[in-house]
Design a protein around this ligand. Structure first.
Ligand SMILES: [Zn+2]
Ligand SMILES: [Zn+2]
Length: 455
């Protein structure tokens, strides 16, 4: 997802769930023995540390005993037990914070700090197959792993967070206990996942969002009826997928997209313009903003590969993950472009109105629809609102200076410092709107073009 894309590499919801579970188990087991054990969960990345904190809120444990933080922030602290969550995994290459030797490298220093924070136990959480294949023999983390394998203890993460349904025949929803369906954290395999997911679809009341890079007929057919039922009862179904051109089954993919659009599914094709990397990897499903699945499975194309999906049901965890994956923003952007279901007026629509007065962008040459203002990752343009559903490629660049002028004419007050005005600025991640007091009082207030406009 363009700007966030780089950040997603630094997040592993599964590792976060395992790390949180280990930490809470250590504290609980200690308590049983009459010991007050303090645990530090450390990780190279702040997004991961934040997610672990949120997950811990859902674990029934004395939170004062566990600190989750980046290694960097944890420096100078010590705990009886340290859980080090490495995060790194497929399909990304190891990050600059973790790949390096012990001597003279930042990763070496970071790992040394992590280990030396432990007064007692040191527990490394990571994907060992990945570490073996992507790190070198003299990289610090592989040396630590070798050391643990030689003189420590290796534990399969599945015994910590059991994968439900492994080795069992396809499970019927009625056989899955309500308790498991509704617990804060659960892990599903390719067989059990669909039953759990359909249970959620059945109960969905507002929205279903599915990130599935690919779509295949066989799998889609098993879900069509569930989608139909959702739409009939007024639940919106969004599917985010890759462009058919990027599939080996281009014609079939195109046909399937048409088919689900016909029954009312809103299909968003990933593109930089709508803020999703066209080759995105994320496999996510969110139902009613209360349950979020994340894992390795292409939900709309899985056939016989073995996969796993973790389900988060704790509200704060789901909110945190939705923020990280930028899900609400993507849906808002879709709505802003398509002009549907708008409850409040987003800022981009206000700017659009201003620009309409100055320039006449005319209509789409394909379908005749009035063009709308769209913010791409680095630029603005007028485009056909049907570009999301059809091959309407009419596009007219808008000079950024015009957008800048329109925003300054709107005189939007800063809601944070109450002194400044929100102005058009350009950052590394493209245009944004920020408080003009930033150079003076460091007010960091910003607005997004897809946010609701509050004048
Ligand atoms: Zn058009
Ligand atoms: Zn301000």
């Amino acid at each position: 997802m363009d700007q966030k894309g780089r950040q997603l590499q630094f997040l592993s919801p599964y590792c976060a769930a395992v790390s949180a579970r280990i930490a809470s188990t250590l504290v609980k087991e200690g308590k049983k023995k009459g010991l007050a054990i303090n645990v530090g969960v450390v990780t190279p990345y702040s997004a991961q540390a934040q997610l672990i904190s949120k997950i811990l809120e859902g674990e029934n444990v004395d939170r004062t005993r566990i600190t989750a933080s980046t290694v960097h922030r944890f420096q100078g602290n010590e705990r009886e037990c340290i859980v080090f969550d490495l995060v790194e995994g497929y399909p990304y290459a190891p990050g600059v914070l973790t790949k390096g030797q012990f001597i003279n490298s930042e990763p070496g220093r970071l790992i040394t700090v992590a280990i030396s924070r432990a007064e007692g136990k040191f527990i490394l959480v990571g994907n060992s197959r990945y570490v073996r294949s992507r790190f070198n023999k003299d990289d610090a983390i592989l040396q630590v792993m070798d050391g643990i394998e030689k003189s420590g203890q290796v534990v399969d993460s599945q015994s910590i967070l059991p994968l439900f349904g492994t080795g069992t025949p396809p499970t019927k929803a009625e056989n899955i206990s309500k308790e498991l369906l509704e617990c804060n954290l659960s892990v599903w395999n390719e067989k059990s996942f669909y039953e759990a997911f359909r249970h959620d679809l059945k109960n969905a009341t507002s929205s279903v969002v599915i990130f599935s890079p690919f779509i295949a007929r066989k799998r889609l057919n098993t879900l069509l009826n569930d989608f139909r039922l959702c739409i009939e009862k007024g639940t919106k179904v969004y599917v985010i997928t890759r462009h058919p051109d990027l599939s080996s089954y281009k014609a079939e993919t195109q046909e399937l997209i048409e088919q689900i659009r016909e029954i009312g599914v809103k299909v968003l094709i990933a593109s930089e313009e709508i803020g999703i990397n066209e080759k995105f990897h994320d496999k996510i499903a969110v139902v009613d903003n209360v349950v979020l699945y994340h894992g390795s499975m292409n939900i709309l194309s899985q056939t016989d590969s073995s996969e796993s999906m973790i389900a988060f049901r704790k509200r704060k965890t789901v909110e945190e993950l939705m923020k990280t994956f930028d899900i609400n923003r993507i849906i808002r952007k879709y709505q802003n472009i398509a002009g549907k279901h708008l409850s409040a007026i987003p800022l981009i629509k206000m700017v659009e109105k201003k620009l309409m007065e100055e320039m006449n962008p005319e209509s789409c040459s394909e379908c005749g629809e009035r063009l709308v203002l769209v913010k791409g990752s680095q630029s603005f343009y007028f485009a056909c609102p049907n570009m999301l559903d059809k091959d309407c490629n009419t596009k007219k660049e808008v000079d950024k200076e015009i957008v800048k002028k329109a925003i300054s004419n709107m005189k939007i007050e800063c809601k944070k410092c109450l002194r400044g005005h929100m102005t058009f600025r350009e950052g590394k991640r493209g245009p944004f709107i920020g408080c003009d007091q930033y150079p003076i009082s460091h007010c960091k207030s910003t607005l997004d073009f897809d946010d609701d406009f509050v004048g």
